[in-house]
Design a protein around this ligand. Structure first.
Ligand SMILES: C[S@@+](CC[C@H](N)C(=O)[O-])C[C@H]1O[C@@H](n2cnc3c(N)ncnc32)[C@H](O)[C@@H]1O
Length: 415
């Protein structure tokens, strides 16, 4: 089987995860920068290390870390908000220009009044009177207007606005899913839209300053292709990538992490595509009625789930099919000697834990890779009820999702 090693060094219990541009915007299931950083330094490929690829880039943690090392990178994500974040986080904006633009915006905020708001049509926001007060909508619209009036660096300001759009809605802020606050909370909820925006821009300017202090200027390219469908060879020719550091979803978005719901506030606000149905197009969103892969490592688990709940079984299979299709395409991009690091979670479905780390190693092995090691990382502060054994040794029980599995493999041949 594929060797697992528990390593508490990788917990990064007290690490500052908001250094550099990592502070810009929260995102569900973000990778800890220190994990990406350590993978790139401790497991870097022998020889050439010029291009890193992240096929599930999310907010762009791996891309930022590559950039800090002066390594070029390519990232893709189907979520437009993720692409906006990754773009903003990897751009070395000119700080003097940013400061100048911010002062212009701030000076206009002082003169805010309802009648200065040009766009008062909010029809593109689903059920907007349910989610926002009229005052918040008008102020958000005014902020959008001021940002759009600027000539450049729009994304830097949009990323700050994006967080505010979500935070001033009536959603419960500690949840990724869209749940409305209680009636009492709604009545007393009076967010200061402009102050929140200013706080976020100020915080992000500090992050930018730290990011710009690094001597390298690597190129980070952001795309929106779906790796399950294929990878454009004009972007990533076969064998062009030296290292992959990524954290894929560990199940479909409807039953695991709701990337679409979390991102819908900003995606709708900015009029991005697929804002309302993102979770359906992410991995596992398409429905399949047969397995496209052959597996030994999770056969027993799949059969168990099938016996308990056939519908859930097909949901899991739909996700794993996309995952397998994606791995075949991703594998092509890497050169021989290149290293792939997948940071995965082993979720539990109907009481059955699916060892996605084994499945990941097994599928890459079918594509010409050799497993090096799987590091089991403790996730501080994550509480999950089910108990399992991360090493599969009896007696060594731990909380299931309080661990992450860093699957590290090397490409040994072209198949
Ligand atoms: C765990 S998150 C990545 C988080 C990222 N490492 C970070 O630090 O922010 C997984 C990402 O995969 C994306 N995703 C899901 N299905 C996808 C697909 N078929 N193609 C590309 N991206 C996909 C989701 O939108 C989500 O942003």
């Amino acid at each position: 089987m594929y060797k697992r090693k528990i390593d508490y060094r990788w917990s990064y219990r007290d690490a500052n995860t908001k250094e550099y541009t990592h502070c810009y915007h929260t995102y569900p299931a973000m990778m800890i920068p220190q994990v990406a950083r350590s993978l790139m330094s401790e497991y870097r490929p022998i020889g050439r290390f010029e291009l890193l690829f992240d096929p599930y880039m999310g907010s762009g943690t791996s891309l930022v870390e590559a950039s800090l090392l002066g390594i070029h990178s390519v990232g893709t994500d189907l979520n437009p908000l993720a692409r906006l974040m990754a773009k903003a986080k990897t751009t070395h904006y000119n700080e003097i220009e940013i400061k100048r633009t911010f002062s212009i915006i701030q000076s206009e905020l002082v003169f805010y009044s309802d009648d200065r708001v040009e766009n008062r049509c909010f029809e593109h926001i689903t059920n907007y009177p349910f989610w926002y007060s009229e005052e918040s909508l008008l102020k958000l619209s005014y902020l959008s207007q001021l940002i759009e009036e600027q000539q450049n660096n729009l994304d830097f300001f949009k990323i700050a606005l994006s967080e505010v759009v979500r935070e001033v809605s009536f959603t419960r802020n500690n949840e990724f899913k869209r749940f409305k606050m209680s009636k009492e909370k709604v009545e007393s909820f009076k967010p200061d839209v402009f102050r929140l925006f200013e706080e976020k821009v100020t915080r992000n300017m500090n992050g930018l300053n730290q990011y710009n202090s690094v001597p390298f200027r690597a190129i980070s390219e952001i795309f929106g292709f779906d790796t399950s469908d294929g990878i454009p060879t004009d972007i990533l020719p076969d064998g062009s990538v030296d290292m992959i550091v990524t954290s894929p979803p560990y199940g479909d978005s409807r039953t695991t992490v709701a990337y679409g719901q979390f991102s819908r506030w900003a995606n709708e606000w900015f009029g991005y595509e697929n804002a309302q149905n993102l979770d359906n197009i992410l991995m596992g969103g398409k429905k399949y009625d047969l397995e496209l892969f052959a597996t030994c490592t999770i056969r027993a688990e799949l059969d168990d789930i099938k016996n308990i709940d056939i519908k859930r079984y097909y949901e899991v299979v739909s996700f794993l099919n996309d995952y397998w299709l994606s791995i075949q395409n991703v594998a092509q991009t890497l050169r021989v000697g290149g290293v792939v690091c997948y940071v995965v979670g082993n979720r539990t479905v109907k009481g059955v834990q699916i060892p996605l780390d084994y499945f990941t190693a097994e599928m890459f092995e079918k594509c010409g890779f050799k497993h090096q090691i799987t590091i089991v990382r403790e996730i501080p502060n994550k509480r999950m009820p089910a108990k399992t054994s991360p090493t599969n040794k009896s007696g060594k029980k731990v909380n299931t999702m309080s661990h992450e599995y860093l699957v590290i493999m090397e490409k040994v041949q072209i198949l």
